[in-house]
Design a protein around this ligand. Sequence first.
Ligand code: ADP
Length: 244
Amino acid sequence: MSSESQTNSMSDSPIVQCTEVVRTYTRGGTGSLFSRQSGTSVTAVDAVSMAVQRGELVGLAGPSGSGKSTLLHLLAALETPDTGNVAITGMNTSLMGERGRTAIRRDHVGIVFQRFHLLPSLTALQNVALPMIEQGSGKRERRRRAQSLLEDVGLGDRLSHRPAALSGGEQQRVAVARALGGDPDLVIADEPTGELDSTASEAVLDLLADVAADHAVVVASHDPMAIDRMDRVLRLRDGRLTDG
Ligand code: ADP
């Protein structure tokens, strides 16, 4: 079993592991039109166990509503399961309060969203540098690291561009650079190619494959092109993992 004392044995202990996690949402009012259950409660993730090691690019596939985003949020410690455990680098986030989970996310998790979520008034460099304030690094160090990350994602010539002056693919690469700014162990991406054409998707998928060389990367997607690029694919249906 994972425990805090084992966090240094990176080679064989998973970066993220969940055990029998269940997450149920309760809908208020009469909004049960698209619920698969007769009541107001939907089990979005139903007894899922999985683990991802450093060096792996793992896909979460499944139709819309199958629980991909909910499972990603549990893995990223954005939410806690009703039952079951989620451990990031051996630390059980299910037992932590909001403050503990915030610290785990800051120190161990980078998140990439479908719609990039860049701040429109900031340059690429400023967008990447901004979350580093939480790590407590100085301004000069933040700029140096942000520039280096943007060079790594092939945007060394776009440092001063604002998001509106960048293509969708470039914005998503800025978002990947930003996700790496806290030097995470785990990178989570929710439909990272959902807004992109196939050429830009390829570039972002190449980048995520590079990132997976020394991180654990989990990508939720129903884009067949993205799923095709994964080292391993876990398929969800009605909140449960299926075999094929
Ligand atoms: P996917 O990412 O595969 O589309 P989700 O994890 O978003 O699936 O959703 C799984 C199920 O949980 C769906 O039935 C969805 O409607 C429900 N769900 C997700 N988030 C919420 C929420 N915040 N409140 C109520 N129901 C939710």
